[in-house]
Design a protein. Structure first.
Length: 219
C-alpha cells in the first residue's frame, strides 16, 4: 500500500499541491536563509537581504485568505517563542512575527472597510500605517508595514470591491508599498546599494507572483 493511500496518512500527506503550498514553500525557504543569517552569521548581511522577500508573502496571504482565524497554534507559537527568548536571554520586544500576523488578522477587515471607500481614504489609511511603522516596531516585528502587504492581498482576493476606485489603483498601491518597504528595510539593516538593488530585483518577481496569484490545485 502506498503511504498516501493509507487513510491515516491522507490528512498529513495530501495527494495534490496547491498554489498556496508553492508560495508558502518559497517564503519558508527564504525565511530559513534569513534565520541562518540572524542566528549563525549575523555579520553576513547578504543572508538577511535574501530573507527580505519572505515576510511580504506571509502578510499578503493573510490578506488574501478569507479566514481570519486565530487558532490555538498561533497563540501557542507566540507564547513559546517569547518563552524561548526569555530562556536564552534575548529581548522579548519587539514580539516575533506571529504577533504581527495576529495583529493583521485582527485589523485587516476593518482597515479595508475604511480604505476602499474612496481613493482618498485608501491613501489616508496607507499613510497612517506608514507613520505608525516605527512606533509599532517597538512592540512587534515589521510594525505596521505588514498590514500594507495584507491590504494588497485583500485587494487581489476581492478586485470587484475596487470597481469605484481609479483604474489600476491596486497596482499603484503595491508599487508604492514596495518602494517604501525597500527603503524601510534598507534603513533598518544598513544594506549597501548593491544589496538594496538585489532585494529590489528579488521583490519584483514576488510582487508579480502576488498579482497573478489564484487558488489552484496541481495533482
Amino acid at each position: 500500500v502506498e503511504p498516501c493511500d493509507h487513510p491515516g496518512m491522507r490528512k498529513f500527506l495530501p495527494p495534490d499541491l496547491t498554489s498556496y503550498d508553492l508560495f508558502k514553500t518559497f517564503a519558508l525557504v527564504t525565511m530559513v536563509v534569513d534565520h541562518v543569517g540572524y542566528y549563525f552569521l549575523p555579520e553576513d548581511l547578504w543572508l538577511r537581504a535574501i530573507g527580505r522577500v519572505s515576510a511580504p508573502v506571509w502578510f499578503f496571504l493573510i490578506g488574501y485568505a478569507n479566514s481570519r482565524d486565530l487558532g490555538e497554534k498561533m497563540w501557542g507559537g507566540l507564547i513559546l517563542l517569547v518563552a524561548a527568548n526569555l530562556v536564552v536571554g534575548l529581548p522579548v520586544f519587539p514580539l516575533n512575527i506571529l504577533a504581527t500576523m495576529i495583529f493583521i488578522r485582527l485589523v485587516i477587515d476593518l482597515a479595508m472597510q475604511r480604505a476602499i471607500r474612496s481613493y482618498e481614504t485608501l491613501l489616508g489609511v496607507s499613510l497612517i500605517a506608514v507613520f505608525l511603522v516605527i512606533p509599532a516596531m517597538n512592540f512587534w516585528e515589521y510594525g505596521t508595514a505588514g498590514l500594507l502587504f495584507a491590504m494588497y492581498g485583500a485587494m487581489r482576493r476581492h478586485p470587484e470591491a475596487l470597481g469605484h476606485l481609479p483604474r489600476n489603483s491596486d497596482t499603484l498601491f503595491i508599487a508604492l508599498v514596495t518602494v517604501f518597504y525597500l527603503g524601510f528595510q534598507s534603513a533598518v539593516f544598513g544594506f549597501d546599494r548593491v544589496q538594496a538593488l538585489c532585494i529590489a530585483m528579488g521583490l519584483l518577481p514576488v510582487i508579480g507572483w502576488m498579482a497573478a496569484f489564484r487558488p489552484q490545485t496541481y495533482p
